[in-house]
Design a protein around this ligand. Sequence first.
Ligand code: HEC
Ligand code: HEC
Ligand code: HEC
Ligand code: HEC
Ligand code: HEC
Length: 190
Amino acid sequence: MNRTAFVGVAAGLALGWLGLPALLYVRQAQPLDFNHAVHAEQAGMSCADCHGFAADGSFGGIPPTSSCTACHAEALGESAAELQLVEQYVVPEREIPWLVYFRQPQNVLFSHAAHVVLAEIECRRCHGDHGLSTTLPPYEYNRISTYSRRIWGPRIAGGGADPWDSMKMSDCSGCHAERGVTDSCLMCHR
Ligand code: HEC
Ligand code: HEC
Ligand code: HEC
Ligand code: HEC
Ligand code: HEC
């Protein structure tokens, strides 16, 4: 291959590699903006106040609208997001159709109790600073697989600077190997 052709091919590959994520992912806005930081700072709430475990060990996930009503039956402040919360969800008693950033494919088994309660792994190890965020980033999903971008992470080649940048099969098994957890296909897949 002569030099010009080589440079052309390299440039083409680089463009594809960098440009592909932009074409591969579709952005969607969340139904409502949510501010985690204000709840920790002004309402003094901890993660477990909204994301707790039931007596049978099952994880509550994202809290239902009924858990917001005690404080937001009427607006406390003047933000547009809170007015929208009260008018569109609390008063009509409707659930908020949150888009779940960390949702895994349906055939993957994951239990918060095993990781948070038994293994004592911090939320931040897997979720980064989402629990401290003041505003919500757009949700992005892969147009071919429809999976959330948080699974593959920012780069197609995988990984990122921080351990929470991606949560692919190799990320799960990588930690299991580090911690001496022997896994098998059927442990994580139905
Ligand atoms: C007042 C209730 C409340 C408190 C307190 C709270 N959260 Fe949340 N959390 C929510 C709501 C509502 C959502 C859905 C909107 C969003 O994605 O931020 C959410 C979403 C999340 C998500 C994203 C789930 C996904 O995959 O889309 C993570 C991770 C999370 N919370 C972690 C935390 C952590 C860590 C803390 C403690 C530092 C915390 N939360 C405290 C209400 C709360
Ligand atoms: C070992 C990694 C790991 C840890 C630690 C972890 N999570 Fe998650 N979290 C996940 C995965 C994976 C999912 C997606 C689960 C699915 O789709 O079945 C998820 C999903 C969620 C969701 C979305 C709703 C749901 O239930 O799927 C919330 C909210 C959440 N996590 C909050 C937390 C909070 C709060 C903590 C700390 C108390 C925490 N997580 C600790 C990996 C983790
Ligand atoms: C223990 C009381 C309490 C609970 C429960 C609570 N909040 Fe709040 N929330 C507050 C306080 C305090 C503020 C700050 C004052 C304000 O701006 O309204 C706030 C502010 C907000 C705002 C405006 C944020 C901003 O950027 O100004 C939104 C939106 C909101 N909360 C959503 C929710 C949702 C959704 C839930 C249920 C999952 C919830 N809150 C549960 C106390 C609470
Ligand atoms: C940071 C480390 C870490 C990460 C990341 C992690 N795990 Fe685990 N996982 C553990 C540890 C430690 C245990 C053993 C818990 C125990 O039983 O004490 C475990 C246990 C399990 C179990 C068996 C317990 C049960 O639920 O029945 C499954 C299944 C599992 N993990 C799935 C996953 C999946 C799927 C992912 C990725 C989405 C994942 N894990 C990511 C550390 C991790
Ligand atoms: C520690 C948990 C874990 C183990 C063990 C595991 N997987 Fe996975 N697997 C995942 C997660 C999480 C995903 C989704 C994220 C991704 O695509 O990397 C996945 C995705 C897949 C997919 C792609 C399916 C899709 O919907 O895109 C296949 C196929 C698969 N796994 C097969 C296997 C086989 C075969 C084994 C045994 C050799 C195995 N897995 C073991 C966690 C695991």
